[in-house]
Design a protein around this ligand. Structure first.
Ligand SMILES: CSC[C@H]1O[C@H](OP(=O)(O)O)[C@H](O)[C@@H]1O
Length: 364
């Protein structure tokens, strides 16, 4: 069954039952199983965010917004909504979109009489989702100009390296880092994507490879450590990644391993072929309140089991997990890192492509 973003979003409300619910694509089951999960309570939405059934900065923002809407099914009292907001914000600390969406929901609801809050919550969450789709389509348009320029100059397939998953699965639809790639592919520009597998959760191998395959975009999965080598060999024309938080100075916080790819891209200048490094970022991912990402962004530390266990499909088609570490081995599992602005060529936003130094002009 082909599934692509013309048919699905990653999250949507369902009002067909007595009690409204929120339906999501359960991303922990991909690439081997496509399964939709129905969430009926705030607690279920918090579990979905924490366990990464839904993940990706813009999508967890949208999910948190619907978490507030689910919360109104129990109560619309100020204190109840504020406690729900605190629980959602605590579920994953790094992506600023989650806090941004929850604060936007509270701002929209707390000014209303209780009786109007439930319908307003579902409407505001839907608006956040629709806006995300529009932002990502604009990112695709602006990112396309970068790929088109390379294609005009080189008159061959353009090889793009990406990390983790910043496709339509990481957003409500269309994606951020993959949006320009889809736009180029749909415009007939030949692109090929090097897909970093992205240990330990393998969002690249399991999600980006699945997305690109469903859309018919040529791609090759590589180990995380192969990216620098491919850049050194002149096999990468540009790097485009997503982000979980970008500072006002243009520091880019993204999935662990991004910083190493940015370092390799930066070093490529010395080899005579510059590999530009771009982050594709909708404005709700920009945290205008901080400058230094290394000092100011809380990096989520995730469970050791994510490193010590791997899941996959056995030869008989069943899904199983295996332990890959010696018993008792100590594990550290930081989920994100920060690429300093000095390593960032440009930030692709819905308003255009900005250098880190130009980013503040977006606020005007
Ligand atoms: C378009 S944001 C995608 C961003 O979010 C991912 O994090 P996670 O999968 O842990 O939610 C990763 O950092 C992606 O680059």
């Amino acid at each position: 069954m082909l599934v692509n973003h013309e048919q699905y979003r990653t999250i949507w409300p369902n009002f067909e039952h007595a009690q409204p619910c929120v339906e999501i694509i359960d991303q922990t089951k991909l690439p081997h199983v496509f399964e939709v999960a129905s969430l009926t309570t705030l607690a279920q939405m918090i579990v979905a965010i924490k366990t990464m059934q839904v993940r990706g900065a813009p999508l967890i923002g949208a999910a948190a917004a619907y978490g507030i809407a689910l919360s109104t099914l129990d109560s619309c009292a100020d204190r109840h909504l504020q406690q729900s907001a605190e629980q959602l914000i605590a579920s994953r600390p790094t992506a600023v979109n989650l806090r941004w969406a929850v604060q936007r929901m509270l701002s929209a609801l707390l000014r209303l009489p209780d009786a109007q809050r439930q319908s307003a919550a579902w409407a505001e969450a839907a608006l956040i989702c629709d806006e995300d789709v529009q932002l990502n389509q604009a990112i695709g348009k602006h990112g396309l100009t970068l790929i088109h320029a390379q294609h005009q100059q080189k008159a061959r397939t353009i090889n793009i390296l990406t990390h983790c998953n910043a496709g339509w699965l990481a957003t409500v639809d269309f994606g951020t880092a993959l949006a320009p790639i889809y736009a180029a592919h749909n415009a007939g520009i030949h692109v090929h994507v090097w897909v970093g597998e992205t240990r330990p959760r393998n969002q690249g191998a399991s999600l980006t490879a699945w997305e690109l395959g469903q859309h018919g975009v040529p791609h090759t999965v590589i180990s995380d450590n192969a990216g620098g080598h491919l850049m050194q060999q002149g096999q990468v024309d540009m790097v485009i990644v997503g982000a979980d938080r970008v500072t006002a100075a243009g520091d880019v916080c993204n999935k662990i391993g991004t910083y190493l790819k940015a370092l390799a891209a930066f070093d490529s200048v010395a080899l005579g072929h510059h590999v530009p490094f771009y982050a594709a970022v909708p404005s709700p991912t920009i945290d205008w309140n901080i400058e230094d990402g290394v000092k100011s962004i809380e990096i989520e530390e995730r469970d050791a089991e994510e490193l010590s266990w791997m899941s996959g499909k056995l030869s008989d088609g069943t899904i199983a997990s295996v332990n890959i570490l010696p018993h008792g081995t100590q594990v550290a599992n930081p989920a994100f890192d920060v690429t300093p602005a000095r390593l960032v060529t440009g930030i692709i936003t819905e308003r255009g492509v900005f250098t880190p130094q130009q980013l503040r002009t977006m606020q005007r």
